[in-house]
Design a protein around this ligand. Structure first.
Ligand SMILES: *Cc1c(COP(=O)(O)O)cnc(C)c1O
Length: 506
């Protein structure tokens, strides 16, 4: 090597110094991940991160690189072995999607092409536009509707409610803000509505007080009479009710509001109809289940998640808005440095940044596009049906057991239940069920989550998992009973921490 070759060049790149070495590493990464998914059933549903592993994440900012091989080894050692568990067939906590192997590879392709899907003329824009068209078709929305892929249900709710606010607040909110309004804007939803709606209302400057929580009936659906009374009372006090939010599947119990009745009411009372379908909208794909969520296709804005019940890898959700011009009016802002032109990259009509707060946007449509092509939408409908049938199956097994009780009817894919025993007081039953939950998690046997239903601690499963089998549910029910009985027999539930009922977190 001559001296001049040894001199460090002043031009650098992040590309691999040796492409063939990188290719070998990349193939190994693919192999490892395919094996990871293929063998997921052999591992526990969850295991805690050991202290000595967690401490390794305290290391300071690396000044010098260690190279791709060494960095990947660290991933294999301290990241990959401690997953959340939602890829596992017995993970039913919160509302968690499982993802798919092909979806995983789609993420690699998207990252490799790495387009910025703000708009302009390139294939990713066409992919996203087509996925949005498919979404309209899936939910019987008109072709003239608009849509946007977003990070998930929370962002979909925020975008939908922003459009609602701007469309309904008479005057120019974008120019004058909410200060210009004398009458306070109010919205309505059931008391079972997801916390992301509250966050959206707060972010939109409306304030949580504007969000009126309507009581629910015995099936945890919005009480229409109470809703009517609240609307009338607010109007008589000078408020301006402008929006009604319906649930297609609540987190606690999977309840579906009477969406047809809500759509009728919105038409009669001139309210914007927003549907939060993050959990349950996909039931609409199944001809057999469609009637359970019927009415969502009448929404002015429909929010739904594809990383939950469409089994796409995180993150991807979608908002559809019936009237495109109102959607665009809420977000469109095209400064000169972003203007489209007749020719070149900046040509093309797609301009997604006009329909939401994000300018730069990832290629999240690719995994949806490829996955729907891989399986066809009918297979997704069958899997949704399978999960609903599994929920009924578990519920029936629980009803048949003297040790278990259901805490809510099973409307879709959520089962809320608890272990019961006549020997214990209510507070002790709460503590007992929390202890059962912790033991199920810590043993890696299964991952349900907890909530509170009518003041009682509930264990709940939300089945948005294409890997679960009937036998997984048999095993789960048997294990809940075994652990519960053992705790009661040994008096261990008494030592269980009697923590406060946890706040709403799903
Ligand atoms: C999960 C969920 C949300 C929030 O969706 P993210 O994808 O987590 O942002 C909103 N509403 C309901 C009913 C949900 O289940």
């Amino acid at each position: 090597m001559t001296d001049s070759e040894r001199i460090v060049p002043d031009e650098e790149t992040l590309d691999p110094p040796d492409w063939e070495k990188f290719r070998t590493l990349a193939h190994r990464m693919v192999d490892d991940m395919v094996t990871f998914l293929q063998t997921v059933r052999e591992r526990p549903a969850w295991r805690p991160v050991p202290g000595e592993v967690a401490r390794r994440f305290d290391a300071p900012l690396p000044q010098e690189g260690i190279g791709a091989e060494a960095a990947y080894e660290e991933f294999r050692e301290i990241v990959l072995p401690y997953p959340m568990g939602n890829v596992h067939p017995r993970f039913w906590g919160w509302v968690s999607g499982t993802g798919t192997p092909f979806g995983m590879m789609a993420e690699m392709l998207a990252a490799g092409m790495n387009p910025n899907v703000k708009g302009y003329q390139h294939s990713a824009s066409l992919v996203e536009a087509q996925v949005i068209s498919w979404c309209k078709e899936m939910f019987s929305f008109p072709e003239t509707a608009s849509g946007l892929l977003v990070s998930g249900g929370s962002m979909a709710n925020l975008v939908g409610l922003a459009v609602a606010r701007n469309a309904c607040a008479r005057g120019e909110v974008r120019r004058h803000g909410l200060q210009a309004y004398e009458r306070s804007l109010t919205l309505y939803c059931s008391s079972e509505t997801h916390s992301s709606i509250q966050k959206a209302i707060e972010l939109l400057g409306l304030g949580d007080d504007a969000l009126r929580r309507v009581p629910v009936d015995e099936d945890f659906r919005i009480d229409l009479e109470a809703l009517g009374r609240m609307l009338a009372a607010d109007r008589s006090h000078g408020a301006h009710p402008f929006c009604l939010i319906g649930n297609a599947g609540t987190v606690n119990t999977g309840a579906v509001d009477d969406l047809e009745a809500l759509a009728d009411l919105c038409a009669a009372e001139h309210l914007w109809f927003h549907v939060d379908g993050a959990l349950g909208a996909m039931a609409y794909l199944s001809p057999r289940l469609r009637k359970r969520v019927a009415g969502l296709e009448r929404a002015d804005s429909l929010a739904f998640d594809m990383h939950k019940w469409l089994y796409m890898p995180y993150e991807v959700g979608c908002i559809l808005v019936r009237r495109e011009e109102l959607h665009r009016a809420a977000f469109s802002l095209v400064p000169s440095y972003l203007a489209t032109s007749d020719r070149g990259v900046a040509s093309g009509s797609a301009w997604f940044a006009d329909y939401g707060p994000q300018l730069s946007r990832g290629f999240r449509s690719l995994k949806v596009w490829l996955s729907i092509k891989e399986h066809g939408i009918e297979k997704y409908a069958r899997l949704v049906e399978q999960n609903v049938a599994q929920a009924s199956y578990v519920a029936a097994a629980m009803e048949a057991s003297p040790d278990l009780e259901l805490l809510a009817p099973v409307a879709l894919n959520v089962v809320a239940f608890r272990f019961r025993t006549p020997e214990l007081e209510e507070a002790e039953v709460d503590a007992l069920n929390r202890e059962i939950l912790h033991r199920l998690h810590e043993s890696g046997e299964a991952v349900p989550s907890q909530t509170v239903v009518e003041g009682r601690v509930a264990l709940r499963i939300a089945i948005t998992n294409h890997r679960s089998r009937r036998s997984d549910f048999d095993r789960f029910v048997a294990e809940v009973i075994r652990v519960g009985r053992q705790l009661v027999a040994t008096g261990k539930h008494r030592s269980a921490r009697t923590a406060q009922v946890p706040g709403q977190r799903r």
